[in-house]
Design a protein around this ligand. Structure first.
Ligand code: TXA
Ligand code: MG
Length: 496
């Protein structure tokens, strides 16, 4: 839309707004569904068209700072400071209101959300209509916000008076909302403008995140009514898989295989860097991890595309990127209704290591082999100091037999680095052995080598019964038996 003609093109939509009609229009964040903010009937129509609960307030879009002063109850110093830094742009400020904006527009609250958009169409539409424009995102309530005019058509065609097509939006996530109506300025919805950017302008410690946004803080509710609803929901069941990159990839691939086998249509949301690592399922590339703005811009559109294709299960990587990560993950986690899977490694080999490798290690190995294990990992017994190969310790052999277990045909072997693969877990009998193994074997590390008893939540080391009597060997058997049962349960969880 060439600049000069914009005023001409927007004359008619401007008239529609002035006369109480509804017009969807592009902003730099997402498309908005606009009505005259001072007209209670227009606001009611907006709620009806969106299917939105009427206690969820709308944002009032303005073209000049003086309009904020017209509708605010009293001057707000921080608003001037933030407007200088970020307006026009993707920031919404909440201030206490006077009577100019009717309660229908603010969901009955005595505060009002105000934003000055930078998109030329939004700006000109405000000027052409002569109205302040109340506009929520132009989606049906509960669907992802629209980032293209086609999304608005899909959701609202026939329910509103006009849609202005301004092409795809720039940012793709809704504005950052900061509450200036009481106490410390508080971010109620994260967006393109991060907490750090606000701090740079207002001063460190002069702005905070709404504690209700942090899920761990279960006792609190987010202050922005809109942040309480299940929102941005795609039709497919979305789950986020989080963890080390390789674990995320293998977990998504495994879950995808299982779901495909069960006849489901599976979509995968992946970064450009990992896109090619998913051989099955319908993979959508969201953008490079190094380009978080692309990730933000594409998120909602991708969710809608999966909907259109009838995808009924979606696995997404997590995108904890530096600046917009908070906003991206906020939307993604809401779209997933908080379903986050911690990616863990599949275990295909378990190695027990003891000193000479003739007693505790083969005992643990033998007992674990008798547990029902998913995924059938290989189970090995090794020693740290194996000078020559020996059979299992005779007293332990006797204890095993006493418990009805035929001692294995066994010769001790020393641990070798190449036995420790990506999907191996190594278990030692005490902390000293663990440290020594991590130090001397390149493939052993903090995340694959553990003290056996600590790993299952026990505090005792498994002492070497060597030199003790049969009873001490028996106690060792009991202890290892108990620990191995717990280990089997843990392994089955991981390989589930
Ligand atoms: O980027 C955006 O902000 C887009 C474009 C169109 O400007 N608009 C948008 O509006 O996202 P909407 O209605 O989808 O989201 C507005 C959010 C809701 O969560 C609402 O509860 C909150 O702002 N909100 C509005 N007025 C409020 C108030 N007075 N107090 C607390 N929260 C408020
Ligand atoms: Mg919305």
């Amino acid at each position: 839309m060439p600049g000069d003609d914009l005023a001409e093109i927007l004359k008619e939509p401007g008239r529609i707004l002035r006369e109480g009609g509804l017009v969807a229009f592009p902003t730099e964040t997402v498309y908005g569904l606009g009505g005259d903010a001072e007209n209670a009937a227009s606001s009611r129509k907006i709620y009806a068209a969106k299917g939105r609960p009427s206690d969820n307030p709308l944002i009032v879009h303005i073209a000049d700072f003086s309009q904020l002063e017209e509708i605010a109850r009293s001057p707000v110093p921080e608003a001037g400071i933030l407007a200088d830094a970020f307006w026009p742009g993707p920031l919404t400020m909440i201030v206490r209101k006077n009577d100019r904006i009717p309660p229908e527009t603010t969901g009955g609250l005595d505060t009002v959300a105000v934003r000055m958009p930078s998109h030329p169409v939004a700006r000109q539409l405000i000027l052409s209509s002569g109205c302040m424009i109340a506009a929520p995102s132009a989606n049906r309530s509960g669907r992802p916000s629209p980032t293209r005019a086609e999304h608005v058509e899909d959701d609202l065609m026939g329910k509103i008076d006009a849609i202005i097509d301004g092409g795809p939006v720039e940012i793709g996530l809704e504005s950052t909302i900061v509450d200036l109506s009481e106490g410390l300025p508080t971010v109620l919805r994260p967006g393109y403008i991060s907490l750090e950017m606000l701090e740079e302008v207002l001063g460190k410690g002069r702005v905070r995140m709404d504690p209700g946004l942090m899920r761990e803080d279960v006792g609190r509710r987010p202050k922005a009514p809109g942040m309480r609803y299940k929102h941005y929901a795609p039709r497919g069941d979305l789950k986020i898989v989080r963890g080390a990159t390789e674990d995320v990839i293998s977990t998504i691939n495994r879950l995808t295989e299982e779901a495909l086998a069960a006849g489901r249509k599976v979509g995968i949301i992946a970064a450009s860097e990992t896109r090619d690592r998913y051989p099955r399922g319908r993979v959508e590339e969201i953008g490079a991890r190094s380009d978080e703005e692309a990730i933000a811009r594409h998120l909602f559109g991708l969710l809608r595309r999966f909907d259109d294709e009838g995808i009924d299960l979606i696995y997404s990587e997590a995108f904890d990127t530096p600046r917009m990560g908070t906003a991206i993950m906020n939307r993604l986690i809401k779209a997933a209704a908080h379903q986050v899977i911690e990616a863990r490694r599949q275990v295909t080999r378990v190695i027990f290591v003891s000193g000479r490798g003739v007693c505790r290690a083969p005992l643990a190995a033998e007992l674990l082999r008798r547990q029902p294990l998913d995924g059938k990992p290989e189970i090995l017994a090794r020693g740290r100091r194996v000078l020559f190969s020996e059979p299992i310790n005779q007293k332990m052999e006797a204890v095993l037999q006493g418990n009805g277990i035929e001692a294995p045909d066994f010769r001790s072997e020393g641990l070798k680095d190449e036995e420790i693969t990506d999907t191996t877990l190594v278990f030692t009998m005490d902390a000293g052995q663990r440290a020594e193994i991590i130090r001397s074997f390149p493939h052993a590390g903090e995340d694959n080598t553990y003290v056996l008893s600590y790993y299952v939540g026990d505090e005792l080391d498994i002492l070497n019964p060597y030199g003790g009597n049969l009873q001490q060997y028996g106690l060792c058997f009991e202890l290892v038996h108990r620990i191995v049962e717990k280990l089997a349960a843990r392994l089955n969880e991981m390989n589930a």
